[in-house]
Design a protein around this ligand. Sequence first.
Ligand code: FES
Length: 167
Amino acid sequence: MSEVNRRGFLSRAWKFGVSAMAAAGAWTSWDALRPRLPAGFGSRIKTVAPEAVPENTVIEVPQARAYLTKIDGQVVALSEVCSHLGCRVPYCDSSGQFECPCHGSVFNRAGDFLSGPAPRGMDMYATEIVDGVVEINTEEFLTGAPPGTETIIEPPKGPSCTESSHG
Ligand code: FES
């Protein structure tokens, strides 16, 4: 190999090496920083038999970031992501309502908006009974009902969780 050819080869090899390292670095950064969703999110999540979904409370399905309950005998899947600014909304067993800890929005068991800064009720996911099991379709998102919607009328069962945690 002549001196000129050798220099050209080394120059190209060096550039290739730098490009490969840059690509590897970019991939590592993207892989480390990309948002992680729970396993199964963004698809159909198998849950429980429809008979196991309660009429007077809710069950949480963390893989779907949702709650299941029954309204007038129908299974409903409510998104646990607050329709205000996206905090996780816990269900308060003592009041029987959803109470967002971030800015105080309150929703009834059907996800109807009751109070606070949220612009609408809780968003929902489509559900389907497949082979005797409720499946939540997290790709079929249903926007929550506007304020004033009264799917059910259920006054608080007891004390609020957010009020009792503040003394
Ligand atoms: S995020 Fe729930 S009330 Fe603001």
